[in-house]
Design a protein around this ligand. Structure first.
Ligand SMILES: [Zn+2]
Length: 287
């Protein structure tokens, strides 16, 4: 009997399907951290994206502490993605500490972001075995399978911002990630506007990757319905999660999303840190 119990626990330990049995196949659990930061979980994988940040956009301190301590639901994370190193997407000190504390977590980001973190944290390079650098040129894509998750990294232009006639974001490489978790294709835009998709499509004949669940920044919908139309007819998503909403625009954004539902019903906004949505894609069609 004792042997049987031991065998059972060994199976539990080695079979990730059992470890995550609470999430069924074809289902994605999306948990909002803050700004563009999310925990995304499928039946056998968990990833974090742009989740460790400080300042105005940061989540409550307890949430950051739970991530740093890998407390559920932030346990068993496999990949940590960073789209770019603006402070509302990446705090170098927190990321360095997190990766040093959790040596089984793989970092997925571009070379400029690695250099930025290393410039702030001298010892970051000691963690280089955890680095997976995906550095596409502008309007290019690079692909790699990391820890069983196929990842595509797209160099999509960061949303422009002008001051004194100078484009402040011209040197910032924004990487939009498309990754497949247990057969579910998840897209995280980072900071872009629809022009980024148009430029990519123009340079590559067209955008060819279909998406199941798209995490899209609010800035993508600047012109309202025409932008929604363009995004839906480009990515053909089953579900859209709107993110990176400026705190003072939460209500305006919620109202806008209600209007968007007449065109695309499966569009949602997770307003508060730790709001979580289970998305079963099996009954949904790619638009
Ligand atoms: Zn940015």
């Amino acid at each position: 009997m004792r042997t049987l119990i031991a065998v059972f626990f060994c199976l539990m330990w080695y079979n990730p399907n059992l470890l995550y049995s609470q999430i069924p196949n074809n289902t994605l659990q999306i948990t909002y951290v803050a700004n563009a930061g999310f925990l995304v979980a499928s039946s056998t994988h968990k990833v974090l994206i742009d989740a460790l940040i400080k300042g105005t956009y940061a989540p409550p301190k307890e949430i950051t502490n739970d991530i740093m301590d890998s407390k559920p639901p932030f346990d068993s994370v496999g990949l940590y993605f960073i789209t770019h190193y603006h402070e509302d997407h990446c705090d170098p000190v927190l990321v360095n500490e997190y990766l040093a504390k959790h040596r089984n977590v793989s970092l997925v980001t571009s070379r400029p972001t690695v250099l930025f973190i290393n410039g702030n944290c001298y010892e970051f390079i000691l963690l280089k075995n955890q680095f997976n650098e995906l550095t596409p040129e502008g309007n290019q894509c690079v692909a790699k399978t990391i820890e069983g998750i196929p990842v595509k990294a797209f160099g999509l232009e960061h949303a422009p911002y002008y001051r004194n006639g100078i484009e402040m974001n011209q040197n910032m490489l924004n990487v939009s990630f498309l990754f497949e978790m247990d057969g579910i294709r998840v897209f995280h835009s980072g900071d872009i506007q629809t022009n980024a998709f148009r430029d990519y499509a123009a340079k590559n004949n067209k955008w060819t990757d279909t998406v199941d669940v798209a995490l899209l920044c609010y800035g993508l919908f600047e012109s309202g319905m025409p932008d929604l139309d363009y995004v839906v007819s480009t990515l053909h998503p089953k579900c859209i999660v709107v993110m990176h909403v400026p705190p003072d625009s939460n209500e305006a954004c919620a109202t806008r999303i209600e209007q968007f539902k007449t065109r695309f019903p499966n569009i949602i906004l997770l307003k508060n840190s730790m709001d979580s949505q289970s998305i079963d894609i099996s009954g949904m069609k790619n638009e």
